[in-house]
Design a protein around this ligand. Sequence first.
Ligand code: MN
Length: 356
Amino acid sequence: MTRQTGEPRAMGTVRLSELKAALRGGTRLLILTHDNPDPDALASAYALMRLVETFDGMSARIGFGGFVGRAENRTMVRELGLPITPTRMVSFEDVDHIALVDTQPGSANNSLPEDREAAIVIDHHPLRDQTRLAPFHDVRAECGATCTILTRYLQAAGIALEGMLATALFYGIQSETQDLGREATEDDIEASLALYPGADRALISRIRYPDLPTAYFRSLHRSLERTRTRGPVVISYLGFLDYPDLVAELADFYLRLRGSLWSFCIGQFQDDVLISIRTSLPDAAAGDLLHRVVGADGSAGGHGMMAGARIPVGELSAEDTRLKSEELVNRFIKELGVEDEAGGGLLDPPVSEGGS
Ligand SMILES: [Mn+2]
């Protein structure tokens, strides 16, 4: 299966003129990522901004809800100088069109105002019904990263894959797919190959291995003490989170425990209980599973091997919040059908064979 390098394979059609047409009747585009954006969302937004700015008379800016908390992501924003603005500082009246990247309308994880519609939706999560109403949508659940889809659009528009753009997109794909090992397909590999020559490798290294604040190690310590195993499941109660995406970061980390197939991290940030789950089982439908676990208590979404959820607990007392978290963990265990075998703390001394 040889192919000329640099010749994009037919991977769904890039509909550049349709995307352009969706912006008719306005000149000011706001690109929204999902809340607490990760590298895939940030780089996708930046790529769409660069693309749209090549259209006659168009200007674009990037907005996000929540926080950029994870040290790697903060370093990415700073080192690449990504022009992002918190949505609380965006006046939506000054915006003609809104685009969503790495998220979709009606999904609870973005800050699209209820009275506004998205003109453009580009994402790799399962297609939602509401997204079909958007004038332009390109949703490819078969892609491991939204950055992969955006890379195709830049190529189709003849935009050079170099500098900050290539660096951001390359890192976005690697971060989202754990270096092409998680949910990555041939499309993600090809996009990575196209981006790699133009990416700033020294910069990527700085983003990947940033300085970490003392508070990070304190959170890690606390969570290690509160982490339990139940068969192949690692469960970590993180308590109050320093930043929202710490649940996702540590869910990745705990999945590395030898013998584990699932990790489940739960913690509280402001008025929400946040959950992040990971599995090493391909096609495990983690998003659907977490959706069933959370039910009417909140919102959940995700893909095959990773998912997240948010449960509002602003009305609950501290004790009721604790009980709710416990209940969510139990529902997860039940949903997985894990036998109630003896579990233990991660830091407990190993059980000695044959007694002492
Ligand atoms: Mn993504």
